[in-house]
Design a binder for this molecule. Structure first.
Ligand code: URA
Length: 198
């Protein structure tokens, strides 16, 4: 049985390998009317333990970049393409992404954000439905078709990329700062700009 209220999936057994590997379903967190949604790939070990997206080392990197951009973690919504931890943290398979797609679409329809930030190759390709060279395209804004809606998306590298390649740190923090500015939620001098200005 699959049960969801638009934001939270209470039960789902669509992906046999993930049902086996997960401890729990990890739903998105943050305001139900957030202007900014940060989208990752799938829960890792810490997220599977804690029941919340991005609470491990990648989460620390994300939290710091949010702070630097004048945002608190609690100001934004954070979620994943796939809500169950894949075995040995492998990338989710195409079929698993497809199985979880309806939950993500329902979440984005409910939250209706100004901007979705795709963190890494998997979420970027999943929303844009094409190959993405994420290091090259980081910081770009594109429109994605999600269900019957058009959604503004900003491409970013994954926060984990900064942990094994220091040269990605600025790429990541610049993308987060740009996202805050585009969504009109940046706490910076000189006023705020809205997405519609771009
Ligand atoms: N990486 C992701 O893509 N998602 C998480 O929730 C944690 C790490």
């Amino acid at each position: 049985m699959n049960a969801t209220d638009g934001l939270c999936v209470e039960s789902c057994e669509r992906c046999p390998a993930l049902v086996e590997s997960r401890s729990r379903i990890v739903n998105g967190v943050g305001p139900e009317d957030a202007d900014l949604v940060f989208l990752g790939e799938a829960p890792g070990e810490k997220e599977d333990e804690g029941g919340e997206p991005f609470v491990g080392r990648s989460g620390d990197v994300l939290d710091e970049a949010l702070r630097d951009a004048g945002l608190a973690r609690s100001d934004v919504r954070i979620t994943n393409c796939v809500r169950c931890r894949p075995p040995e943290n492998r990338d989710p398979h195409k079929e698993e992404l497809g199985n979880c797609r309806g939950y993500l679409e329902a979440e984005l329809e409910t939250v209706d954000p100004e901007l979705v930030v795709t963190m890494g190759k998997v979420p970027s390709e999943h929303l844009l439905d094409r190959g993405v060279a994420v290091t090259k395209e980081a910081g770009e804004v594109q429109d994605a078709r999600i269900g019957d809606r058009s959604q503004r998306v900003l491409l970013s590298v994954h926060p984990a990329a900064t942990l094994y390649d220091a040269s990605q740190r600025d790429t990541f923090s610049d993308a987060i700062a740009r996202a805050a500015e585009l969504a009109g939620v940046a706490d910076e001098e000189g006023g705020q700009s809205r997405l519609g200005d771009y």
